[in-house]
Write a protein that binds this ligand. Structure first.
Ligand code: R5P
Length: 287
């Protein structure tokens, strides 16, 4: 059902926000792409001159990169250094004359802006369904602030268990062996592991880093995501997975009724802290 779009929706931080309206009508249904653009424009409000920026990948992040290019062209932003999270974003940024660098030259990134495939209530993410995840995780992990931009369809109660892909980047060497070990590790969650295919001839999709991706389709929620993350990363042959745990500082969600901003919730930090303290104690008594 079509609902009224209110560009001055009051956000969770209680500040009215002003986002570019896609048309003069105040009562309309927005397309998913318009919602993505609205979230992206709002995120670019966090960008200030002289920043080192992580430039995300995907159909949502593309709008943010376009907007940064536009503000640079207009002289409203100056002295920006962009660090692209994929070859595709690198090409886009170059076409917009955004000055680029890398983590070797700029190991600390002021702000990264990127999309996500799923976001849970503690702002844990699934990323990589578009094929980028390793460079994203390196650059966003080196960022002082990581702003995630999504349309409301990406919000989930818990990540995994949606039967949608949890991507894992693996080395091509004996990929079947690694895919089978991944499947076994994730068996308890009703897992199917499939090599991602790319080209017309049905060949494997190859990442920017020359690796393959195995998509894990999970039927059940994974419980403690950190335990699962450690199990996956312990397998030789695995390069990285698409769970971005405790990395996002802010998520901007564009929906039919307006934009919501969710900041990392203090209760999630406490939950993590207690889990960590109890974990440490268990280790201590075990010794
Ligand atoms: O591999 C792709 C990236 O992780 C994307 O940021 C993610 O898939 C979201 O993409 P989109 O904004 O196109 O939904």
């Amino acid at each position: 059902m079509a609902r009224a779009y209110d560009p001055l929706f009051i956000t969770s931080d209680n500040s009215p926000i002003d986002v570019p309206s896609p048309s003069s009508s105040s009562s309309m249904t927005l397309t998913k792409d318009e919602l993505k653009r609205i979230a992206a424009y709002k995120a670019v409000d966090f960008v200030k001159s002289n920043m080192v920026l992580g430039l995300g990948t995907g159909s949502t992040a593309k709008h943010a990169v376009d907007r940064i290019g536009e503000l640079l062209r207009q002289g409203k932003l100056v002295n920006i250094v962009g660090i692209p999270t994929s070859k595709k974003t690198q090409e886009q940024a170059l076409s917009l004359n955004i000055p680029l660098s890398d983590l070797d030259a700029h190991p600390v990134v002021d702000l990264s802006i990127d999309g996500a495939d799923e976001v849970d209530p503690c702002l844990n993410l699934v990323k990589g369904r578009g094929g980028s995840l390793l460079r994203e995780k390196m650059i966003e992990g080196a960022s002082k602030k990581f702003v995630v931009i999504v349309d409301e369809s990406k919000m989930v109660k818990h990540i995994g268990g949606s039967k949608m892909a949890l991507p894992v980047e693996i080395v091509p060497f004996c990929w079947k062996f690694t895919a089978e070990r991944l499947r076994r590790v994730m068996e308890g969650y009703g897992c199917e592991a499939k090599l991602r295919l790319g080209g017309e001839k049905g060949e494997a999709f190859v990442t920017d880093n020359g690796n393959y991706i195995v998509d894990m389709y999970l039927e059940k929620d994974m419980g403690d995501l950190r335990v699962v993350s450690d199990e996956i990363l312990r397998l030789p042959g695995v390069v990285e997975h698409g769970m971005f745990l405790d990395m996002a500082s802010t998520v901007i969600i564009a929906g039919e009724l307006g934009v919501k901003i969710k900041n990392k919730h203090i209760s999630c930090i406490f939950l993590f802290f207690f889990w960590w303290v109890l974990g440490e104690r268990e280790d201590y008594y075990a010794l």
